[in-house]
Design a protein around this ligand. Sequence first.
Ligand SMILES: *Cc1c(COP(=O)(O)O)cnc(C)c1O
Length: 226
Amino acid sequence: MPADRLRTVLQRIVNAADAAGRPPPALLAVSKTHPPEAVAALAAAGQRSFGENYVQEAAAKRRALGEAHPSLQWHLIGYLQSNKAALAAEVFDWVQSVDRPSVAAALARHRDPARSPLNVLIQVNVEDEAGKSGCRPDELPALAERVADEPRLALRGLMSLPVPHPDPEQRRPAFRRMRVLFDELAARHAGVDTLSMGMSDDFAVAIAEGSTLVRIGTALFGPRPG
Ligand SMILES: *Cc1c(COP(=O)(O)O)cnc(C)c1O
């Protein structure tokens, strides 16, 4: 039952935070590949924030659910192609995968000025892994300035997706490094309050290292089809 799964995950988050002496992070339910009915069931149980990897899939889901669930918050957590920035600026409340100046500029250009600014997290390739999305740590200060200078964007923090070592304990150094970058960013920019890290199999480690938002799919919805 979706409500039971949600309750269990929320309890595991609280337990991990208690064990680490940290405040419990917020929960983003990652609904990619799951149908609108699955989102509706979790929304009925009280979940408000949902994460999607593909712009068009999210647009369709938001359309399907919009009337019945106008208060849901949609986050893009997948790679954003520049040619999808216009639609992304319309569909999402948050984009967590901003990793280059051109994408920040495109989102700002297309965000309707009548709406609240688009919330932005900068994705950081903290282990500097070749071929992975996310800016390098040394590129972060300039990119953050760029986002902060855009009135239609609100710089809220950082997102990371560490190398998926089979043992989550091996991801701890990456989480720890992210928390240092996040604290530096928050000291420089007002309004920075979100560090997005931790998924179904590693959220306890991410919480211990200071995550403020965990992105959880499988533990809430079950395995993804395909
Ligand atoms: C799919 C995905 C998640 C959720 O992963 P689970 O292991 O299903 O919890 C979190 N973050 C990103 C960026 C993802 O692509």
